[in-house]
Write a protein that binds this ligand. Sequence first.
Ligand code: AMP
Ligand code: MG
Length: 395
Amino acid sequence: MTVDEALEQLLALARQAPFSAREQVPLGQADGRVLAEELRATLDLPPWANSAMDGYALRHDDLAQQPLPVSQVVFAGQAPMPLQPGTCARVFTGAPVPAGADSVQLQENCEVDGQGRVSVLGALRRGDNIRVQGNEIRRGAALLAAGTRLDPIALGVLASQGIRQVAVLCRPKVALLSSGDELAGAGAVLEPGQIHDSNRVVLAALLERLGCEVLDLGQVPDDPTRLRAVLDEARQAQVIVSSGGVSVGDADCIGALLREAGEVQLWKLAIKPGKPFTFARVGGVPLLGLPGNPGSALVTFLLLARPYLLARMGVAQVQPLRVPVVAGFAWPKAGKRQEYLRVRLEGGRARLLENQSSATLLSATQADGLLEVPAGETFAAGAVLDFIGFAAGVV
Ligand code: AMP
Ligand code: MG
């Protein structure tokens, strides 16, 4: 099955079963959370006409009577009097423009005579340098759609509307486990044949960033009895994410268990790295079974698990942002699977990192992101391909 087909199925399943529990949170705690309802403006922004510059506010028709005496001074935060005809008002950036004034001339373009009267130098059109009421946001206008993932910019828009609390989706609870006899306990000294568990740290952090609450079930040996017990516990979560044990080796316990129970929905995808990725159900709870190799776990999380989880959160934009970049290398041998290459962007071109092994994570730390190479394609240096940047909120 191709990555696109798998994704289509995963997203269809996810959209059928959206998470629905919501809660109110203060704006200061809403970064990264998913908005549960559409928000509309309750205020015009700006709420009143204000000056875009330090200068003088006047009635355009009064330009014929220059020089104009200054009848008031208005700082930001003050409430002005209506403008007396035949005068101007000294105004500063952000100050309300007095009623009756329709233009502001910058102070650099004005001349003040010995009696403090102002003459305007240079052209001035009616309306210049005034930010009119509601020109940015009109009361009642749509601000943010339900399913928007709040970021610092969106929070600023809400703050500008005086919104202090928002309804967001409750964090979905995701059970996380690693499988493999070789995994040593956290902080343990390695025995012969053992390695440290890195996937669980990576995946826990990625899940947290996605707005999930992680139920960390630790590492489970390749022992069906132990695994059954842990999966039983995992069923209290809304989704289970595992790594390792989904290939076809003798010790690949999770896959064997799921296949035996006949609950596998997706398995063996045309993706490199990440072919053993498995989607299944454990007692009705969806399980995203990522391969154990750290590079594969990372890629399948970003390309498959992440969009699935976001779709269940009601997020519209679930796919990572793809941007076209020029490959600085050739790809003469077509692969059977869609491939995700770790690349670094240098001088506007993607440079292929030397170590593309699915077993390593280090080269991913040196990469700016992944270059997507469709199955069966070759290309010459200079070809343009889709690039998925790690920095674009993906990791
Ligand atoms: P598996 O998918 O279980 O066949 O594992 C594939 C490879 O990934 C093996 O070399 C494992 O030792 C390694 N591996 C599995 N789980 C982890 C993990 N949690 N952290 C780091 N490496 C892992
Ligand atoms: Mg294993």
